[in-house]
Design a protein around this ligand. Structure first.
Ligand SMILES: *[C@@H]1O[C@H](CO)[C@@H](O)[C@H](O)[C@H]1NC(C)=O
Ligand SMILES: *[C@@H]1O[C@H](CO)[C@@H](O)[C@H](O)[C@H]1NC(C)=O
Length: 620
């Protein structure tokens, strides 16, 4: 992580100064980090050691807990807070700046981790009295302590042999604030410390559903409560630009208070408070003071995994709404997305999930996701319709008009009766699936899937209406109907398949990537069967004298189904083979539909497999 030490240059302009503190902050010693990240108020983990060398003092800055620091600013002062003496850096990690007099302040050269800084300080010739070394330590960009004072040390000729006070600086801290040693990092793939303590000491919730158990969430949040301290940890591992956790009253987006951790390019992670808007313009806008009530405690970006830890005040008022973490219950929303702008985050394109029940944040028992029944039904219905029934229905209409000639169902040609049945099924499944998804999401969501899906549904909805009012065969307007019906049906089918491809990309659907390949296999199979049947149609036409054709375009141009037939009592040639192809087609399509529906119903399927494997292992 590249951490930049930022200082306030003027009220208006902020510049990153990785090369150390500028003279502007001589008086305050306070870095201006991240638009006003406050300094830490607890005891710093860093100490100031002193030892005499002649009349000079060797000052050592370091952590008793071996926590490296990245930036610092050191001044020597009288008890009246006047700057005193000059510094002479030892080593090449620091340089002096001139605040009041020359070389009276020391700061870092670069914002890399350093374990220790040593410097020689020379008191003014004529000074006798105490000196206090005053230091600002920055552990990283967002964690810093301002004005850590050393014990007073008396300097001057008279005190040259006095023992140095034994106590390094202020009272020593024993527990490292916000610091956990890096030791767990290497083994992260096998052992993810994030999940340690889930359901035991912290409340964890992640997307996709149930991923906390399998420790493979795309985005996960955890709430740890100790006393009045509420800490939210977040992590997203799919190369995200941001990850967020929301507190919601209704398990739906809209009017929720969100803490978002944002990575903007190579810059360090920042935490913001934002507020979601629901339908129709889903989004999360930062609140006016996006740091109010929250404090970023730790963050990292390792191998495109974002992690952050944010403390949130017990009580906050966001957008006029009171959030009382101790007394109120909330649905948790967890989300992650890739797009980030300077002032907001983009759509939760990578993961999104809402908890099914409201929970008190201090209740660490496992949180279940809101039911996904409607989404799964929507997916299953649409797959059954647009991979299943529509494919068979079109095939029948296109190539089987001269098969089963002579027999009929309820006075209709067999191909027509079946075509109608499959298409009515398609229509019913599509309309139901369409209604279901709007019952679930209650609003319009962005993206190609909803747009294409709606176009498909509208086309599909109109098809039977058009068919009902179709002109009689043989009338002059019949060919027009044939063309429109053919075009509407095929357009709907193609757009429908594209829509399904886009569904695989939806985080909400939790579909595996390999589903794309099943869909590709379907498309290939469908095309091959159409080719084979078209070729058979040509051959069959050639080999017979009849003007009957199973080739669709001719039929469409002709004057309708029955009148085009020269001989209504016999099938076109190769009918047996066509029936055979149809049987194979139906079996394969059925298998594909079943596979796709199983994947959709059990989504996320990787996890279902894992659970299955686990239960098999257990029973062995
Ligand atoms: C040390 O620096 C801090 C922050 O600027 C200041 O509040 C404090 O008074 C300083 N202490 C001394 C002894 O100058
Ligand atoms: C911050 O979190 C990371 C990831 O969990 C951890 O490895 C690291 O030690 C933490 N650092 C601090 C300063 O808390």
């Amino acid at each position: 992580m590249i951490v930049v030490f930022l200082f306030l240059l003027s009220l208006a302009s902020i510049k990153a100064l990785p090369q150390g503190a500028p003279t502007k902050v001589c008086g305050t010693m306070r870095p201006f980090h991240g638009g006003g990240i406050p300094p830490q108020t607890d005891i710093s983990p860093y100490s100031i050691y002193m030892r005499r060398q002649g009349g000079n003092v060797i000052v050592t800055l370091k952590s008793d807990l071996n926590i490296p620091f990245q930036g610092f600013m050191l001044q020597a002062k009288t008890p009246n807070r006047e700057l005193l003496g000059t510094f002479q850096p030892i080593g090449n990690e620091a340089h002096t700046i001139d605040c009041v007099q020359s070389e009276d302040t020391l700061t870092h050269n670069a914002a890399q981790n350093k374990d220790m800084i040593e410097v020689e300080w020379q008191p003014p010739e004529d000074y006798e009295g105490p000196v206090i070394f005053n230091t600002t330590f920055a552990q990283n960009y967002q964690t810093f302590w301002v004005g850590v004072e050393s014990q007073p040390l008396r300097v001057g000729k008279r005190f040259a042999d006095d023992p140095v006070p034994n106590v390094p600086s202020r009272s020593k801290s024993t527990t490292p604030p916000n610091f956990f040693p890096d030791t767990v990092k290497q083994s992260e793939t096998v052992f993810d410390p994030f999940y340690e303590g889930c359901s035991v000491s912290k409340l964890c919730f992640g997307a996709p559903a149930n991923c906390v158990n399998s420790k493979n969430c795309k985005a996960v949040a955890a709430v740890t409560v100790s006393g009045d301290r509420y800490e939210f940890e977040m992590k997203a591992n799919v190369n995200p630009g941001w990850v967020g956790v929301g507190l919601s009253d209704d398990a739906k987006m809209g009017d929720d208070s969100v803490i978002e951790c944002v990575r903007d390019g190579n810059r360090p992670i920042k935490a913001f408070m934002s507020w979601t808007s629901g339908s129709p313009n889903f989004g999360a806008a930062r609140v006016r003071n996006p740091q109010l009530g929250i404090r970023l405690l730790n963050s990292s970006v390792v191998n495109n995994v974002i992690y952050c830890k944010v403390a949130r005040d017990l009580k906050t008022k966001v957008n006029g709404k009171d959030f009382d973490l101790a007394n109120d219950k909330y649905h948790l929303l967890v989300a992650a997305g890739s797009d980030v702008t300077a002032t907001s985050v983009g759509f939760h394109s990578l993961a999104y999930l809402a908890s099914g029940e409201k929970k008190s944040l201090s209740d660490v028992s496992a949180v279940a996701a809101a039911s996904k029944l409607l989404i799964r039904l929507h997916g299953s219905f649409m797959l059954a319709a647009w991979i299943g029934t529509v494919s068979v229905g079109t095939l029948l209409a296109r190539y089987y008009r001269t098969t089963w000639v002579g027999s009929s169902i309820c006075g209709k040609d067999i191909w027509f009766a079946w075509h109608r049945m499959f298409m009515v099924l398609t229509w019913a499944l599509t309309v139901t699936g369409f209604v279901l998804i709007f019952v679930e999401v209650r609003a319009w969501s962005p993206g190609p899937h909803p747009i294409l899906g709606t176009i498909t549904t509208v086309l599909c909805f109109l098809q039977p209406i058009g068919a009902y009012f179709r002109p009689h065969p043989g009338t002059p307007r019949r060919p027009i109907f044939n063309w429109i019906h053919w075009f509407g049906g095929n357009a709907a089918h193609i757009i429908g398949i594209v829509t399904i491809f886009y569904a695989v990309k939806l985080a909400k659907a939790e579909l595996p990537e390999f589903m794309d390949w099943i869909l590709v296999a379907y498309v290939a199979f469908h095309v091959v069967v159409h080719l084979v049947l078209s070729i058979i149609g040509c051959i069959s036409e050639k080999s017979s004298e009849r003007r009957v054709t199973s080739f669709p375009m001719k039929d469409l141009g002709g004057s309708g189904r029955s009148s085009a037939y020269a001989d209504r009592n016999a099938d076109a040639p190769y009918s047996g083979f066509r029936k055979f192809i149809l049987a194979i087609y139906i079996v394969v399509i059925l298998a594909i539909v079943v596979a796709l529906i199983v994947i959709t119903a059990l989504a996320p399927i990787e996890e279902s497999w894992q659970n299955l494997r686990d239960s098999v292992m257990k029973s062995e």
